[in-house]
Design a protein around this ligand. Structure first.
Ligand SMILES: Cc1cc2nc3c(=O)[nH]c(=O)nc-3n(C[C@H](O)[C@H](O)[C@H](O)COP(=O)(O)OP(=O)(O)OC[C@H]3O[C@@H](n4cnc5c(N)ncnc54)[C@H](O)[C@@H]3O)c2cc1C
Length: 342
C-alpha cells in the first residue's frame, strides 16, 4: 500500500501557513486516489499549533521535530529534520508546500533519500494507479505532465495552486522523531529577519485581489497635467485599505529607466506579464493599463478580471476582462477609497 507523507514546517509563531494546509489537501487526495495512507510530518521551533491545525485530516500518525535548533530557516538543520521525518515515515511520496524555506532543502533531502524531486507543481492526479504531476515550463507557455518510477518522489507544490484543507483542527498527538545533528550543522546562526513593514510590502501572494497599475496613472490627464503624487496616494491608499497585492504593467515600471515621472514604490518585481510575474489571485482589477497581450498573458491564473480604462476599445474590451468600467480611474479609485475608509 502506498504511503504519502505531507512534510510541513511551522511559522515563527508556531502556526501553520495557508500553503501548509494546501499541501495537506493535495497529499490527502493523493493518498485517497492511491488507496494508500497519509502521514503528517512537521518541523519547527514550536509545532503543537501547526499539528493541531491538521489533527483531524485523517493521517495515521503525526511525526514531529521541534526545538530551538529548528526554529529558524537554516539549510543544515531543516534538511536534517526533513530527512529524519521522511526516514521515520518510510513514504513513497512526499508532498510539501513550495515555500522559500522548504524549496531550499527539498532537492538535498531527495538526494539523501535516494529519491527524486519536482518543484513548482500545480496539479496532482492519479491515473492508472500512479501519480501524475503537472508543472509549467518556459514561463507558463508549456504545461508538462510528469510521472516517475523512483521512490521516494518529493513533490513541492506551488502555493495557491491547491485548495487548503479546512475544518481539521483538533488536538494532535505528536510522535517525536530524534534528529542527530552533525557538529557543523549549527555554524550558521540567524541573527534576525529584516523585512519591509507590512504596509510597505506591496506584493502579497495570498491577497484575494490583484490591483494592477498601468502607465496611464502618470500620463497627462484631461486638464493637460500629470498627477503623479495623487496617483501614488490613490494607489497606495487602495492597496492598503483593501489588503490587495500590487501589480504593474511593464511600461510603468520601465519609466524610471527612461527618466519619466514614476511611482516610487514600484519595482520590476511588481511587473505582471510575459516578461514579468504570473500571480494567482481570485480577482484582479486593472487600472490605467491598456490590457495588451504581453501584459494580459500574466493574468492567466486570475479568475475574475475587471479593468478601468477611459478607452472603450482598449485590450481589456477584446475578451480579456469580465467587466470593463469605461471611466476615469482617478475618479473611480478616489470614490472607492472613500468608501473603504468610511
Ligand atoms: C517582448 C515583449 C514583452 C513584454 N512583456 C510585458 C510584460 O511582461 N508586462 C507588461 O505589462 N507589458 C509587457 N510588454 C509591453 C506591452 O506590450 C505594453 O506595452 C504594456 O503592457 C503597456 O503598458 P500600459 O498598458 O500600462 O501602458 P499604455 O499602453 O500607455 O496604456 C495606458 C492606458 O491608460 C489608460 N488611461 C490613461 N489615463 C486614464 C485614466 N485617468 N483612467 C483610466 N484609464 C486611463 C489609457 O486609455 C491607456 O489604455 C511586453 C512587450 C514586448 C514586446
Amino acid at each position: 500500500m502506498s504511503k504519502v507523507l505531507v512534510l510541513l514546517h511551522s511559522e515563527q509563531d508556531g502556526s501553520l501557513a495557508k500553503s501548509g494546509l494546501e499541501a495537506v489537501g493535495a497529499a490527502k487526495s493523493l493518498a485517497e486516489g492511491l488507496g494508500g495512507s497519509l502521514v503528517v510530518g512537521v518541523f519547527g521551533g514550536e509545532i503543537a499549533s501547526a499539528a493541531n491545525a491538521v489533527a483531524g485530516c485523517g493521517a495515521e500518525k503525526i511525526l514531529g521535530v521541534a526545538g530551538a535548533d529548528f526554529a529558524a530557516s537554516r539549510y543544515a538543520t531543516d534538511a536534517a529534520a526533513a530527512e529524519a521525518i521522511a526516514k521515520a515515515a518510510g513514504a513513497d511520496y512526499i508532498v510539501a508546500p513550495g515555500t522559500m524555506r522548504m524549496n531550499r532543502v527539498l532537492a538535498g533531502v531527495a538526494y539523501r533519500l535516494g529519491g527524486r524531486v519536482d518543484s513548482h507543481v500545480t496539479g496532482l492526479a492519479v491515473e492508472g494507479g500512479a501519480p501524475v504531476v503537472n508543472r509549467w515550463y518556459y514561463r507558463q507557455r508549456m504545461m508538462g505532465r510528469v510521472q516517475r518510477d523512483v521512490r521516494p518522489w518529493v513533490i513541492a507544490i506551488d502555493p495557491g495552486a491547491f485548495a487548503p484543507l479546512t475544518g481539521t483542527e483538533g488536538t494532535a498527538s505528536i510522535e517525536n522523531v530524534a534528529v542527530a545533528l552533525a557538529d557543523g550543522s549549527k555554524r550558521t546562526s540567524v541573527e534576525g529577519i529584516v523585512a519591509p513593514a507590512a504596509d510597505a510590502q506591496t506584493i502579497r501572494p495570498d491577497a484575494d485581489l490583484l490591483f494592477v497599475a498601468g502607465a496611464g496613472w502618470t500620463k497627462k490627464q484631461a486638464d493637460g497635467q500629470s498627477h503623479v503624487k495623487e496617483a501614488e496616494e490613490t494607489i497606495l491608499g487602495f492597496v492598503k485599505g483593501a489588503g490587495a497585492s500590487l501589480g504593474s504593467s511593464k511600461s510603468l515600471v520601465d519609466q524610471s529607466g527612461e527618466g519619466e515621472a514614476v511611482l516610487s514604490f514600484l519595482t520590476h518585481l511588481n511587473q505582471v506579464g510575459q516578461t514579468g510575474a504570473t500571480p494567482r489571485h481570485p480577482k484582479g482589477l486593472a487600472s490605467c493599463c491598456h490590457g495588451e497581450e504581453p501584459h494580459a498573458v500574466g493574468w492567466r491564473f486570475i479568475t475574475e478580471r475587471r479593468a478601468i480604462n477611459l478607452d472603450a476599445n482598449c485590450g481589456w474590451a477584446q475578451g480579456k476582462a469580465d467587466v470593463l468600467y469605461v471611466a476615469d480611474a482617478f475618479a473611480v479609485m478616489k470614490k472607492v477609497n472613500e468608501l473603504l475608509t468610511s
